[in-house]
Ligand binder design. Structure first.
Ligand code: UD1
Ligand code: UDP
Length: 369
């Protein structure tokens, strides 16, 4: 089976690392990776390929940044050309970025089946570009790999029931696989002079927060006040989008109370997450990683797709209100145990489903391994 995996943005490299490891153990599955070039800074892309031993993409479209239409359109054209050239049996897309939608759409129009990792997630906020991307992708996918039962239920409400599977969350696989490695090999705590449980960690990059000066100012104010009230540093690995917007809106003074650093590698991030006092974030992946590593999370959004983290008490939604950020950060405490995200073998389950699907659609080509 020839699988073409489309990646382009940071969280997709992490998911792809786990999928590619599982795929490489199956001789009948040949994977090619296409990188759209949506993320291109070394700290947003290459570092993940190097550290997580992700196979080198066979194609990089180098699309770079642009408006939604221009960037997605350029990806669509490039992916279409590559599918026509390489004729994959299936195209696999991850998550909810513009690269995901472009990959799914290019494949569906060429009648190449689509597998969607992280299918069925919903924020029910159509103003988020990610919500538009994932709804459209789910509706043109043939195999839908849902991390949770809630995702399956969301799809059923939209009439999507065919090809739907609960696989567990591949980000949980990554947390387990790289968690131990991070403890022994990352020196980020020493490098930054941090003491375990005596610092906060934050990430901010969502369009809804970074494109709105009031929301971005509220978040920076809240994070700075939290650090001050708790007398602990707050480390903020700064997404390039957020760095740009802080400059554009003249919010440097508010940001100066935070320990801002460049984006970090996955092993350094896992190390920082694992012993933070609490994590404040608007990231999808980081919300769950707090729970995976036993650290409470304060989510800088008004809603979340990862409802299990809130229901179990690990995650508190506070939006961009500075006072709420401070209160939730000071009170953050562990929640209840739960197993909503699977057993840590999601990548293996997905690879088995891909091969079973291929066998069914090409009779007589069973797997030998
Ligand atoms: C994208 C995804 C978002 C995901 C996030 C992960 C979409 C619509 N959004 O958001 O769902 O959570 O990635 O991080 O696909 N930039 C750089 N260097 C880079 C990458 C980006 O400087 O390597 C800057 C550019 O100014 C760019 C801006 O960041 O315009 C935004 O990048 P873009 O890829 O459009 O969206 P993200 O905010 O990264
Ligand atoms: N991450 C990282 N370095 C950083 C910030 C985040 O390795 O400096 C990892 C993080 O641990 C998580 C993933 O990137 O696994 C999340 O990516 P991001 O927040 O950019 O996107 P989202 O998950 O919101 O789509």
């Amino acid at each position: 089976m020839h699988l073409l995996t489309i990646v382009g943005a940071r969280p997709q490299f992490i998911k792809a690392a786990m999928l590619s490891k599982a795929a490489s153990r199956r001789p009948r599955l040949k994977e090619n990776i296409l990188h759209t070039g949506q993320h291109y800074d070394a700290a947003m892309s290459q570092v993940f390929f190097d550290q997580m031993a992700i196979p080198r993409p066979s194609k990089n479209l180098n699309v770079g940044s642009g408006s939604h239409g221009a960037a997605t359109g350029a990806m669509l054209a490039g992916i279409e050309e590559y599918i026509l050239e390489t004729k994959p049996d299936m195209v696999l897309v991850h998550g909810d970025t513009n690269s995901t939608l472009a990959g799914a759409l290019a494949a569906a129009k060429l009648h190449v089946p689509v597998a969607h990792v992280e299918a069925g997630l919903r924020s029910f906020n159509r103003r988020m570009p990610e919500e538009v991307n994932r709804v459209l992708t789910d509706h043109i996918s043939d195999l839908l790999f849902c991390p949770t039962q809630a995702a399956v239920d969301n799809l059923a409400k939209e009439g999507v029931t065919h090809g739907v599977h609960v696989t567990g969350d591949v980000m949980y696989d990554a947390a387990l696989f790289f968690g131990e490695q991070a403890r022994t090999s990352s020196s980020i705590l020493q490098d930054l002079g941090l003491e375990e449980n005596r610092y906060f960690l934050a990430t901010v990059h969502r369009a809804e927060n970074t494109d709105d000066p009031k929301r971005l100012a509220g978040i920076l104010q809240g994070l700075g006040d939290l650090a001050q009230e708790a007398s602990m540093p707050l480390v903020l690995p700064l997404h390039p989008r957020t760095k740009k917007q802080i400059g554009l809106f003249g919010l440097e003074d508010l940001a100066s109370r935070l320990a801002m650093i460049d984006p970090v590698s996955f092993l350094d991030m896992v190390r920082l997450e694992s012993t933070a006092r609490a994590i404040c974030t608007d990231s999808g992946g980081v919300q769950k990683e707090g729970f995976f590593h036993g650290v409470p999370v304060v989510t800088l959004r008004d809603e979340t797709e990862w409802i299990e983290t809130v229901a179990s008490g690990w995650n508190t939604l506070v939006g961009a209100n500075s006072q709420h950020i401070v209160e939730a950060g000071l009170q953050a405490a562990p929640g209840k145990s739960m197993d909503a995200y699977g057993q840590g073998n999601a990548a293996q389950v997905m690879v088995d489903l891909l091969l079973a699907w291929n066998e069914k659609s090409t009779p007589g080509h069973g797997e030998e391994a």
